[in-house]
Design a binder for this molecule. Structure first.
Ligand SMILES: Nc1ncnc2c1ncn2[C@@H]1O[C@H](COP(=O)(O)OP(=O)(O)OP(=O)(O)O)[C@@H](O)[C@H]1O
Length: 277
């Protein structure tokens, strides 16, 4: 174990003057590092050790990597749920690492949408109420909320289930409602953590096709963490991470089947390097 203070500067204190933003970038991550420390500030795990990446407006990007490579840690930092040990991240040109907690909470609510593996819907609310929640929290009026909820649930093919409770619909329908809730406020960036992890293969494909439609038809910018090469083949770019740094970036230049084969080959290389036979 190392001494955390000797390895990292505090977040928000590293120089940012030389970093160039372009308006087309929704997300920019510069030298992001995260060490988990114990109470004595000794490093227990160096989960991320200097990640650089950007996501442009209208991109659909996947993050892949072996177990323990730092995917969840990265997503938690991007979501503002945890603080980096060093480095910076900007969403829509705003440096999230320097925002005051209250500003950060508001910024996350307005600019980010989240989809989790286990849906995270509130059981005491109908699907329609769940979907409308981000708008209610933002002080929108009843008619405005109803109109927008209807529109988004219609686009995602679940308008008929508006009055049902989560336990009255299938897992695939719950996940669509979770996606509707994540995009109802038109976030700058949709973050998805293993969104198909609890779905059967037909529902998983349907959900990924919806992600593609959100991306292509509505211009949604999506960053999805996944273990699954088939899921990743629906995106346009795959960023793989290994041992806490970016190992490789691969852009889809051919059809989905070919991209799927390229991702399988990449994963085999990643696992070789990891010492897995
Ligand atoms: N709260 C924590 N405290 C200490 N170490 C942690 C903590 N969370 C994660 N780690 C360590 O950080 C490293 C990266 O973990 P992380 O969960 O980000 O990986 P992952 O790629 O998401 O893994 P998986 O695919 O298995 O979910 C691992 O070595 C893990 O043991």
């Amino acid at each position: 174990m190392h001494d955390a203070q000797s390895t990292f500067t505090q977040s928000g204190t590293s120089p940012t003057q030389n970093i160039q933003h372009t308006p087309s970038q929704v997300l920019r991550v510069h030298q992001l590092a995260k060490a988990y420390t114990n109470r004595r500030k000794q490093i227990m795990a160096l989960a991320l050790s200097g990640i650089d990446l950007t996501v442009e407006h209208g991109e659909f990007v996947s993050i892949m990597g072996p177990s323990g490579s730092g995917k969840s840690t990265l997503l938690n930092l991007l979501a503002g749920l945890d603080k980096p040990s060093s480095g910076e991240l900007w969403v829509q040109g705003e440096n999230m690492t320097t925002l005051h907690p209250n500003q950060l909470a508001l910024f996350r609510r307005r600019n980010l949408g989240f989809v989790f593996q286990d849906y995270n819907l509130l059981d005491t609310l109908t699907l329609g109420e769940n979907v409308g929640l981000p708008l209610s929290l933002d002080g929108k009026t009843g008619p405005e909320i109803r109109q927008r909820v209807k529109e988004v649930m219609g686009f995602l093919g679940i308008a008929d289930f508006m009055q049902r409770y989560p336990y009255e619909v299938s897992g695939g329908q719950q996940q669509r409602a979770a996606v509707a809730r994540a995009v109802v406020h038109n976030p700058s960036l949709l973050l998805a953590d293993e969104p198909t992890g609890n779905l059967d293969s037909a529902s998983a494909r349907a959900l990924l096709e919806l992600f593609q439609r959100l991306n292509k038809d509505l211009g949604a910018t999506i960053l999805m963490v996944t273990h699954d090469p088939l899921s990743a083949s629906y995106s346009q770019r795959v960023i793989s991470i290994k041992d806490g740094y970016v190992y490789n970036e691969m852009r889809r230049t051919s059809d989905q089947q070919q991209f799927f084969q390229e991702i399988l080959a990449l994963l085999a290389r990643l696992e070789e390097k990891h010492g897995v036979a």
